[in-house]
Design a protein around this ligand. Structure first.
Ligand SMILES: Cc1cc2nc3c(=O)[nH]c(=O)nc-3n(C[C@H](O)[C@H](O)[C@H](O)COP(=O)(O)O)c2cc1C
Length: 336
């Protein structure tokens, strides 16, 4: 019997049941999306025991192309074959149709997006979500965190708009909510809708985020992915999930530092979150969940938070790996 009973208990999400509470959060791999390297990367993390895998941030403009979306089907099938569920994070890079940089408000290197462009972005989110569903993803997650496009609207520091998408808190929430509603309408009821939000950001705090969380739930979000910015507090970061969970009735994912299974068990046991994300821990060791479940914790190749081949490679545009595990990122060579 594992000493991490809650961590390995299933979670009934209605249309689907997760086999445990471990979520692999979205992490950009810099791998060719439809290539063997990416397929085997995700397959290995599903085989290693994660309950829900959220595929890395993937641009809505690319996903709206059925051929591109079709290329992700193999990943979906590989993950399902290993018994895990798979969602995908969908996001807007902040570029118009010609590739010119757009942003919530003008800033160095980018101009303010027009209202018509924002309507197009909302529509693209909906189309992208429908394509993801068509190729078999169990869920979709608009990326509303970490200062990226949707999150910028929420921040009064970055959002200086005077139209329907800027100003009072409810107007700054409008972009995220309209995207959420459009995505919900574009997919069937059985499709899981997650939303990733940073609870405290530039110019806004937890109270505003709690109101937003309630509105996201009302707009049809099934799971709230609470991702604090990396500098916001000590690891693990259960506190932020707890703050948001108090506001909603949907399951909440706690993010940041939960590769320590005791910390993960504790946050679940104390009711502060329903799911835990293990990001870098699963880069270091795809088999972490199964090893912990089977009482082989001493065999886990642990993340040392050096960030060298995960964030570092991301910065360099190279496929990610891990200084602690030379096999990480090379799963396709073994499989091939
Ligand atoms: C290489 C790398 C890429 C990431 N890419 C994304 C991403 O695409 N979308 C996102 O919301 N967060 C991204 N993140 C953040 C993770 O999802 C997660 O929130 C963060 O790593 C904290 O969890 P951890 O302490 O378990 O690693 C990335 C993190 C890493 C290390």
């Amino acid at each position: 019997m594992t000493q991490h009973a809650r961590l390995f208990s299933p979670l009934d999400l209605g249309p689907l049941t997760l086999r445990n509470r471990i979520v692999m959060p979205p992490m950009v791999t810099c791998m060719e999306p439809a290539g063997d390297q990416a397929v085997e990367w995700y397959r290995a993390r599903a085989r290693g025991g994660a309950g829900l895998i959220i595929r890395e941030a993937t641009p809505i403009r690319r996903l709206a192309d059925p051929d591109f979306a079709e290329g992700l089907r193999r990943t979906v099938e590989a993950v399902h074959a290993e018994g895990a569920a798979i969602a995908i994070q969908i996001f807007e890079r902040g570029h118009d149709a010609e590739g010119e940089a757009i942003w919530v408000s003008e800033r160095p290197g980018a101009r303010e997006a027009t209202e018509a462009e924002l309507r197009e972005v909302i529509e693209l989110y909906a189309r992208a979500a429908a394509e993801c569903r068509r190729v078999g993803f169990d869920g979709v997650e608009p990326h509303g965190a970490h200062g990226f496009f949707l999150n910028q609207f929420f921040s009064p520091k970055h959002n200086r708009r005077t139209d329907a998408f800027g100003g009072a808190p409810e107007r700054r929430a409008a972009m995220g909510l309209q995207v959420t509603r459009a995505v919900r309408a574009a997919v069937d009821d059985d499709c899981l809708l997650l939303y990733r939000h940073t609870p405290v950001g530039e110019g806004y705090g937890a109270e505003e985020s709690r109101t937003f969380a309630r509105e996201l739930e009302a707009a049809g979000v099934n799971v709230l992915d609470v991702s604090p910015s990396s500098g916001s507090s000590e690891l693990p970061r259960a506190h932020w999930a707890e703050e948001m969970k108090a506001a909603v009735n949907i399951p909440v994912i706690a993010v940041g530092g939960f590769d320590d299974p005791d910390a993960a068990e504790h946050v679940l046991e104390t009711g502060r979150a329903d799911l835990v994300a293990i990001g870098r821990g699963l880069i270091a060791d795809a088999d972490l969940p199964n090893k912990v479940r089977d009482g082989r914790r001493d065999e886990v190749m642990a993340c040392i938070l050096c960030n060298e081949k995960c964030y570092g490679n991301l910065t360099r545009g190279e496929p990610i790996g891990c200084t602690q595990n030379p096999a990480s990122g090379c799963e396709f060579q073994v499989a091939g």
